[in-house]
Design a protein around this ligand. Sequence first.
Ligand SMILES: Cc1cc2nc3c(=O)[nH]c(=O)nc-3n(C[C@H](O)[C@H](O)[C@H](O)COP(=O)(O)OP(=O)(O)OC[C@H]3O[C@@H](n4cnc5c(N)ncnc54)[C@H](O)[C@@H]3O)c2cc1C
Ligand code: FES
Length: 279
Amino acid sequence: MSKPYTPNLAVIRKIITENEAKDIKTFELVFQVPEAMKNFEYRCGQFAEISAFGAGECPIGIASSPMDEHYIQFTVKKVGVVTTALHNSEEGTVIGVRGPFGNGFPLDRMEDHNVVVVGGGFAFTTLRSLIKFILHEANRDRFKDLTVIYGARDPGELIYKRDLEAWEKRNDINLNVTIDRTVPGWTGLVGFVPAVLKEVAPSSSNAVAIVCGPPIMIKFTMPIIDALGFSPEDVVLSLEMKMKCGIGKCGRCNIGNKFVCKDGPVFSYKELQMMPKEY
Ligand SMILES: Cc1cc2nc3c(=O)[nH]c(=O)nc-3n(C[C@H](O)[C@H](O)[C@H](O)COP(=O)(O)OP(=O)(O)OC[C@H]3O[C@@H](n4cnc5c(N)ncnc54)[C@H](O)[C@@H]3O)c2cc1C
Ligand code: FES
């Protein structure tokens, strides 16, 4: 990357409101210069710095799959200055994209293994990229069984509903979607993600687990993962530290001697156990 601080200009070609609260939106982008798409070669689990001009920039995980050749997608929750500016943008607005940054999920390690994906809340974005990648016809044979456990507070907070519906119809994915509390009309699973994980009890034999979600979900999920027999090196988590440069220069995101932006954001549980508990 010759000019890592210079954003590539991209046009918002589509905006999808993902949840009932309307504070999570997916932005589909195309680069203004076609070569920029070729140069934006990314892996599942990587992120980019997205800028809303006049407001600033912030790190956002890449929600599309590397198999989506002509566009990239980011799913953004409205929390503050930049994310609000993005939410106020319309289709056709030009924004900036720097990246891709970070290491991404260890696909080589997952190949020929059963893959267990555990996610909650809007952290499901990069997991969606991974699931789409594994399910793509060009890749599906490279991985064994795929088990997904995904939870949200209520049905209105589930994101990527059109993907969930499509995955539900397939027989090469064991999809378990759960909501925290029962509501009228919901016929699916009810219960917190860790409880559903315990119930589904995917085998840890020849398996890698990918866990992304809010800290409370991680806290209660890890003992179950442990009890299922996954060894710390076969469990992968993605961290969301505060970041600025995204390229290991500013020191905003370090934990001990690791830069989350450059050495992460994806770490094995074994690596995390050896790092100071600052995340
Ligand atoms: C690797 C990585 C991937 C991410 N992926 C996504 C994603 O896919 N979708 C998404 O919506 N968000 C994602 N985030 C979080 C996103 O970067 C923050 O929500 C964003 O920086 C907030 O910017 P803001 O200007 O809107 O908020 P600000 O005005 O800066 O702050 C508003 C609130 O958000 C908090 N906040 C600010 N930065 C962060 C941060 N990095 N993490 C958590 N809280 C923060 C502040 O403490 C404050 O409470 C990711 C963060 C990282 C580091
Ligand atoms: S964000 Fe600057 S060093 Fe990581």
